[in-house]
Design a protein around this ligand. Structure first.
Ligand code: GLU
Length: 304
């Protein structure tokens, strides 16, 4: 497969289309990003590593980080997690409060905000310094000590996190948050503020394309079973109320973030990260979705 040629062709095609959608405005710091940027990077299990455009530019990975915090918590607590968070697609926006009341404070899955906040609560219970441990874990899977939180993005989100505060309070009332609300929200907002490039992201997610084992270091990040389950959750829940559409058009497990990034993996083959800041109405990168749809169409590679 000539990934380079396909990426160049798809990149040119997507660039030639109108760049629709809006940059996320509700976190003030995110609205300052240049909306014209488009980056893509593919890392394959056999060592092929290629990117285009703004693939070396750091951006706010936002909800993509939920996969990494889930991986860390899953490694530490195993199946205990599923007593506190489900694995069903929500069919609702990322910050919806509606189901949570009906489901008695148990979030549908760890990819929506409520579920990721429960995962953060578990990490706060486990570690004395959860921010430091989470960052160390992300640096470990990415094999890159340069990855960091963006302090201004974290503070910006903390200052306007009204819906996340509502979600955590509701869960606390139902007995599904053990720690102090401020501590948990602090970890959640710092986690969302992580900055990475497309290249760093596709590298970091390679273990999910390789049965839980980092193909370069041979380090086991997750067991085979758990790695498959994280992929299953990405496939069914990674795009909020557009998860079905992503499966339908792209056909890969993946995760988006409101910073405009998307990561997808093809088990046994590759990991790919795309970034373009303008979001469609469901909060997923407009060009990122288009790029991945064209990419899997032209390569003929999907899990289906
Ligand atoms: N930090 C964002 C929030 O909690 C994450 C949302 C996302 O990327 O989908 O609102």
């Amino acid at each position: 497969m000539d990934y380079q040629k396909i990426i160049e062709a798809v990149y040119a095609e997507v660039k030639s289309w109108e760049n629709k959608g809006q940059i996320a405005q509700y976190i003030p710091e995110l609205s300052n990003v240049n909306p014209r940027q488009l980056g893509v990077h593919v890392s394959t299990l056999d060592g092929y590593d290629v990117g285009m455009g703004d693939h070396h530019t750091k951006f706010s990975i936002q909800s993509i980080a939920k996969v990494l915090s889930l991986t860390l918590a899953y490694r530490l607590r195993g199946n205990e997690l599923w007593k506190r968070v489900g694995v069903e697609p929500s069919g609702t926006p990322f910050n919806s409060l509606v189901q949570l009341e009906h489901d008695q404070g148990i979030p549908r899955n760890p990819m929506i905000n409520a579920g990721a906040i429960v995962i953060c609560d578990i990490l706060v219970s486990h570690f004395r310094n959860p921010k430091k441990e989470l960052l160390a874990f992300v640096r470990e899977v990415a094999q890159n000590p340069d990855i960091a939180f963006n302090e201004s993005v974290a503070q910006s989100e903390l200052s306007v996190g009204y819906r996340n505060t509502a979600l955590i309070n509701l869960m606390k009332a139902f007995g599904n948050i053990d720690n102090d609300i401020e501590l948990v929200l602090d970890l959640y907002c710092y986690m969302c503020s992580l900055e990475m490039t497309c290249q760093e992201l596709s590298r970091a997610f390679l273990f999910l394309a390789n049965d839980g084992i980092d193909p370069i270091t041979q380090h086991q990040v997750l067991s085979l079973t758990r790695s498959k389950r994280v992929n299953a959750i990405m496939q069914t829940c990674g795009f909020y109320d557009e998860a079905g559409e992503f499966s339908f058009r792209v056909g890969l497990p993946g995760k988006s973030g409101v910073g405009g990034g998307i990561v997808a993996v093809h088990p046994e083959h590759f990991s790919i990260a795309v970034w373009s800041p303008r979001l469609n109405k469901k909060g997923n990168s407009y060009r990122g979705m288009k790029f991945l749809e064209q990419f899997t169409t032209q390569t003929g590679l999907s899990v289906f």
